[in-house]
Every structure is written in C-alpha cells, then in structure tokens.
Design a protein around this ligand. Structure first.
Ligand code: ACO
Length: 400
C-alpha cells in the first residue's frame, strides 16, 4: 500500500533491501561462495579438499591467519589452545545457576558473554596481543562450556579437560565421559565431528557472522560480539535448522504416519507456514557443496557405528521427492548443510538441543576471523543501516 519509490526519493539516496538480499556490507578475503555453481572456498581452498585433508584446528588457523600453518605453527597454536581449555571455577557457579531445562544455546551465549567479565585483560579491539589472547581463550573454552551445558541438562557431573587430547576428543570426553570411568575415543566419531566442524567453520556474511561484525563495528569486544553471534545462530531459519530437521522428521513419522508425500504437499501449499527444514539457502541456488559431503558422512558414520535409523531413509526419500518436484525445482531449493547433520549428531549420542551448539563450535573460527578482519581494516565504519519511515506524519499531542 506504500509508494516505495516516492518514499525512497524523499529519503535521498537510501536503498531499500529487506534482508540484505543484494547488498554487500563489507569487503572480505576469507570465504568465497559461488551460489549458482555450488562452490565454497576458505582462503582459496575448496571445501571438499579441506574436509578431506585438513583438521578443524588447521582450518581454524587458515581462516584466522590467512594461510595454512607450518607443522611448527600448528603445534604452537594447538599447544596454546590446550593451555586455555579450563574454565574459571567461578564461571562454573554461573553455569550451575541456570535452570536444568535451559536451552544450551542460551547457556552458551550467556557464558561467552560472561568471559568478558572474567578476562578483562583481553577486551581491547586494538591491542594485537589482547586480540590474540581472546581468540585463543574462545577457541579453547567454547567446547568446554558446551560440554558443561550438556552435563547440566543431563544432571551429570562435569569433568576437567584432559589436555593430552585434541580439541574434538577433549570435547567428546567432556560431553560423554564420567569422572569414574576411563574414556576411550571412538575414531569414527572424532573424525566425523572434526569434519563437520570444518564444514561449518565459515560462510561469509550469513546472519550470525553479520551480527558479529555489526556488534563489533561499534567497537564492542570479541566476547560480546561472539555472544551476540551465538544468539543469532540459534534461530530455526539459521543454525537452529539442524535440530528443526529432526523435529520435522518426528512430525512426519507421528502425525503423517511416515507419509513423506503428504507432508511435502502441506509444505507446497504453505499450510501453517510449514517449510521443509534443511532445505533452501539464500546464496546457494544449487546443491550446497557441504550437504553433499554431509550426506556421504551420514552413510559412513551410521554404518561404522552400527546405527540403523529409519530417519535417514526418510530424509533420503524426502530429498528425492523434493528434488523432482516442480515447487522445489523452480525455486532452486536444495538440501543445505544441515539437512543430514542432525541424523549424524543423533547417531553420535547428542540430544537435539545440542545440535546448534555443535554448529556454534564449528562456526567460531569463522566469526573470529571475520571480526578480526573487520577491526584490522582502517576503512571499517560503525554499521548503521537506514530505513524508510512509513509511520504517522507529525501530529499534535491531544489536549486534556
Ligand atoms: N521449504 C519450502 N519452501 C521454501 C523453503 C523451504 N525450506 N525455503 C524457501 N522456500 C520458498 C519460499 O516460500 C519462497 O516461495 P515463494 O516464491 O512462493 O514465496 C521461495 O522459496 C524463496 O524463498 P525465500 O524465503 O525468499 O528465501 P530466503 O533466501 O529468504 O530464505 C532460507 C532462505 C531462510 C534458508 C529458507 O530457504 C528457509 O527458511 N529454509 C528452511 C530453514 C533452513 O533450513 N535454514 C538453514 C539455512 S542454512 C544455514 O543457516 C546453515
């Protein structure tokens, strides 16, 4: 009902781009996406090569510092992270105060925010050493916080990190281990989780990364910016999609008697705003290259763990139906990275509430790299979009 072009004219050179569909907010040398061709590269390296040959920590280094580390550089980086995995005991008191049924994403964000109160010696946005210290602290402590959030919800005792283990093993032990038992890593699970973290590590200016940049553009410190990014990630249209996929598969099973076609009809008719979760992407108008890797991993992990999950079969059928249906084809809707991840996480033993937390651990190096790139760029300005005002024109306050 509004004449947008007249309003645009009135507001000078303001462009209306709801959802930033066609607006670049920055220049960046970190991640390249060609959504039409289904290409994703970190610092020039194709995602499939990194997923196959790299490790999560090596990829984190690449994203943050721009180049793959030498053996010595990786050892030093790994060692630094291993020395910072413990949480301050008082921070554990904070975690203990949350209700047991708190969503672990809320706990994660609150605890990261609290890191800013415990580590006031690394809040600078200009001092390189402080930025480095907050980087290492975050990379080291986020998995510990995530595992403690899980333990809290399960009512189980927490463990101290074992710094002889690598980052992913340490996280798995803190999550699934008990203080009274020895814990042995399962190489299939460790390798698969490490690979999933690589796939999630960066994705240029998505909702949570843009949040991290926007908060940081006002010169808020790294802990505050990452805490905000975690909240942005929690929504079901973004990182929350991975748990929403499993909820959707549950619904198909329970309310549709497993009839995938019937459910797809509902989606196509846009009944109750139901969407096919784990499908569609703002940038990819082709198969998400990460989804192809995850799909293969789902097969391998379930087989290696001896898990038979009828949900995997249902997801495959859902994909098959959607990819041959004109509704999805004409809109270029393909499975995204999180269509199959939930099935793998479930097979590993994670409850659905933890799925998005796993995404956050994976995305952390990307957020940090993007925040650092921004604060180091002298051309950075505070992010401050404009608007098109459509409210009342001036009117007088009513007299008594
Ligand atoms: N199921 C059914 N229809 C869909 C879906 C879907 N998953 N996604 C988009 N559409 C339809 C829209 O209804 C719209 O149809 P219309 O032209 O008839 O109005 C058309 O496709 C275009 O969709 P938009 O909403 O304009 O696409 P947008 O780029 O704004 O949204 C998004 C992208 C949010 C990812 C969307 O596809 C979605 O909601 N997907 C489901 C949630 C999801 O999986 N999110 C994870 C994204 S990836 C990530 O963050 C890891």
């Amino acid at each position: 009902g509004y004449d947008i072009s007249a309003l645009l004219k009135e507001t000078g050179n303001v462009t209306l781009d709801v959802g930033f569909v066609n607006t670049a907010s920055c220049k960046s040398a970190i991640t390249y996406i060609d959504g039409d061709a289904g290409i994703l590269r970190y610092r020039g390296y194709p995602i499939d090569q990194l997923a196959e040959k790299s490790t999560f920590l090596e990829t984190s280094y690449l994203l943050i510092y721009g180049e793959l580390p030498t053996k010595e550089e990786l050892e030093e980086f790994t060692g630094k992270i291993q020395r910072h995995t413990m949480l301050h005991e008082d921070l554990k008191d904070l975690l203990a105060a949350f209700p047991r049924d708190a969503h672990p994403m809320s706990v994660l964000s609150a605890a990261v925010s609290a890191l800013g109160t415990f580590y006031q010696d690394s809040l600078s946005i200009t001092d390189k050493e402080q930025i480095e210290l907050s980087t290492i602290r975050l990379l080291a402590k986020l998995p510990t916080i995530a595992a403690y959030a899980f333990k809290k919800s399960a009512g189980q005792p927490t463990l101290y990190p074992d710094n002889n283990l690598d980052l992913v093993e340490n996280f798995l032990r803190l999550t699934f281990g008990y203080p009274t038992e020895d814990w042995t890593p399962n190489p299939t699970v460790t390798k698969a989780l490490d690979q999933l973290f690589i796939l999630h590590a960066d994705h240029e200016q998505n909702c949570s990364t843009s949040t991290v940049r926007l908060v940081g553009s006002g010169h808020a410190h790294l802990f505050a910016s990452i805490s905000a990014g975690i909240h942005a990630l929690s929504g079901p249209l973004h990182g929350g999609a991975n748990s929403a996929v499993l909820e959707m598969l549950d619904t198909i099973e329970n309310d549709f008697g497993g009839d995938v076609d019937k459910f797809v009809e509902k989606v196509k008719n846009k009944e109750d705003g139901v969407k096919l979760m784990g499908f569609g992407h703002r940038v990819y108008k082709n198969y998400d290259p990460r989804a192809a890797i995850v799909k293969k991993a789902a097969d391998e992990v379930l087989e290696a763990l001896g898990v038979e999950d009828p949900k995997l079969e249902m997801a495959r059928r859902l994909e098959e139906i959607a990819l041959s249906d004109d509704y999805f084809v004409s809109r270029k809707l393909y499975p995204n990275v999180d269509f199959y991840t939930g099935i793998i996480y479930k097979a590993m033993g994670f409850p659905a509430e933890m799925f998005t937390v796993l995404f956050a651990i994976g995305r952390l190096p990307g957020w940090i790299a993007q925040w650092r790139e921004m604060v180091e760029d002298p051309a950075t300005k505070i992010g401050r979009p404009r608007q098109i005002y459509i409210g009342e024109t001036e009117r007088d306050y009513p007299s008594a």
